[in-house]
Design a protein around this ligand. Structure first.
Ligand SMILES: NC(=O)c1ccc[n+]([C@@H]2O[C@H](COP(=O)([O-])OP(=O)(O)OC[C@H]3O[C@@H](n4cnc5c(N)ncnc54)[C@H](OP(=O)(O)O)[C@@H]3O)[C@@H](O)[C@H]2O)c1
Length: 305
């Protein structure tokens, strides 16, 4: 099969290649997936899991990309819950070969059924930002109707999902970003917008939840607007931000079949839309992965039509 691989950490993006690789085998509780659409995160080459397995052994050449929509073509020993020919979507293990390939072996529990009326491209674009936003808002942030949330990077891939889901859940959404992102953030559901280059964050008053995708000083400044008993959730790793009377949580997204189901249902009934900025084929995936100019929105690789 065709697959995009990384072999040499020192070579960085220059070491990313499209090659022929053996088709993976479905192990115990796995399914083998023919990939129709695949997604990746721009900074995967900086993740330890791209280069080593869970005990630190070199696992190169490795295949990046962990978001997928496709069709089950084989079941591993003992796999239940999914069937051959079924449309699915989900997030794959960070420490296994990923989805910038024609086929991938994935644990069945990391996937959810994909209804026939949802396009593979849309499903692939929903996985990572949708799960991240859901878990940050509702699992870690415990957001409920009537509460307020400050969503950083609200026009971005994760922020645009978080804004829509929070608004849909009945929360009051304040989005942030550069000034040029204002209209996009409002279109994705923010009711107010803070231009981080010009406006004072402190002017918004207090919020129940900060959903942070930017980290650094912006996360630290945001701690000051968390209401007593509130939460600052970040996806940027450990942070020095400390709300004086609230909690801080940094987390890495995990796959979750029930949450994928909730997300796709919202897409089907028009309550949630993806933020896709670029579509490319697998043959063009190396160029798409290595792009230096800024692309707004998610890049999706169409692997099989
Ligand atoms: N922990 C996890 O599980 C997890 C999961 C998913 C993503 N992530 C991380 O989350 C981060 C965001 O991902 P994403 O895909 O949403 O990125 P993205 O689409 O680039 O969104 C970031 C948004 O924030 C804006 N922005 C960036 N820096 C800013 C600044 N200093 N001031 C104002 N606005 C700023 C960007 O504006 P411009 O477009 O104008 O630059 C963009 O609109 C990434 O670091 C990613 O690795 C973590």
């Amino acid at each position: 099969m065709k697959a995009m691989v990384v072999t040499d950490q020192a070579a960085g993006r220059g070491g990313v290649k499209l090659v022929e690789r053996p088709e993976p085998q479905a192990s115990i509780n796995d399914v083998l997936i023919k990939i129709h659409a695949s997604g990746f995160t721009g900074d995967e080459l900086t993740w330890p899991s791209t280069w080593t397995d869970r005990v630190g052994r070199d696992r190169t050449p490795s295949i990046p990309g962990h978001e997928l929509a496709g069709v089950v073509t084989a079941l591993g020993y003992g796999t239940t819950g999914l069937s051959i020919g079924q449309r699915v979507f989900g997030l794959t293990d960070w420490y296994r070969d990923g989805t910038l390939a024609e086929y991938v072996a994935v644990e069945a529990r990391d996937l959810a059924p994909l209804p026939s009326d949802v396009d593979f491209t849309v499903a692939a674009a929903l996985v990572m930002p949708g799960l991240t936003a859901w878990q940050g808002l509702f699992e870690h942030g415990r957001l409920t109707a009537g509460q307020s949330v400050l969503v950083h990077g609200a026009a971005g891939v994760v922020g645009s999902m978080a804004s829509q889901l929070a608004r849909d859940a009945g929360a009051y959404v304040i989005g942030t970003g550069h000034g040029s992102a204002r209209q996009t953030a409002l279109d994705f559901g923010a009711q107010e917008f803070v231009d981080l280059d010009k406006d004072a964050l402190e002017d918004i008053g207090e919020v129940d939840l900060v959903f942070d995708v930017l980290g650094g000083d912006i996360a630290k400044r945001s701690a000051g607007v968390v209401r007593a008993g509130g939460t600052l959730v970040t996806v940027t790793g450990p942070t020095e931000a400390r709300p004086s009377h609230g909690q801080v949580i940094d987390f890495v997204v995990v796959s979750d079949r029930a949450q994928l189901g909730e997300l796709v249902q919202r897409v089907r009934n028009g309550r949630l839309r993806t933020n896709i900025g670029n579509l490319a084929s697998l043959d063009d995936a190396v160029a798409a992965f290595n792009r230096t100019e800024r692309i707004r929105g998610k890049t999706i690789i169409r692997v099989h039509p």
